[in-house]
Ligand binder design. Sequence first.
Ligand code: MD3
Ligand code: FE
Length: 217
Amino acid sequence: MAADLFETVGDARPSRETIAEGAALLRGFARPFEAELIPALRTIVKQAPFRHLITPGGHRMSVAMTNCGSLGWVSDPSGYRYDPIDPDTAKPWPPLPDVLRKLAASAAADGGFHGFAPEACLINRYVPGAKLSLHQDKDELDYGAPIVSVSLGLPAIFLFGGLKRSDTPRRYRLEHGDVAVWGGSSRLFYHGVAPLADGEHGVLGRQRINLTFRKVR
Ligand code: MD3
Ligand code: FE
């Protein structure tokens, strides 16, 4: 990619890797946003604290979650849904900050999806041992829009399968600042996150934060 020859961002050279049709891994893409991004996340989490949701199967998720934007993803024993109201605070989710909107739109454009305007930003927090089992993201009405994900803090092994649960997943190590854009025919691929290894991250400490931006309707 010729543009990389002219770019330097900290010590990490941004790069774009196509990992499936419509799916791109943008290593280090979020780094230039970091100084604004982390304080914005702290503000959101004060208004809508992390919580461990219960799945429809009755299990408490090891990943803690919150949201910002006009809709938030929630799970409870009755099912999964997008809700404009945080059930824990009974208030709307905190608004999507400009820095997050810009990061998501520019990453989507870099991945080939122009005009991406997310309604929901799900914020996942992993501590060592937390994991996300293989699943499909099927609670959105518009599969034509991509999902943009931003990894922060401790590295994680991301599992990327196929359309069938039985497809053996490929493994990708996602690090602080890595962004992925998932659209096209990969939009419904099974995916998950292996149990987080212990460690200490210079900025975020003993945790991994993942943001997923979605157009819901
Ligand atoms: C591949 N989150 O919140 S983001 C989720 O790291 C979720 O917290 C993971 O899966 C995390 O639903 C992974 C990467 C991701 C998101 C959506 C996808 C990968 C995807 C949709 C289709 C294919
Ligand atoms: Fe997912």
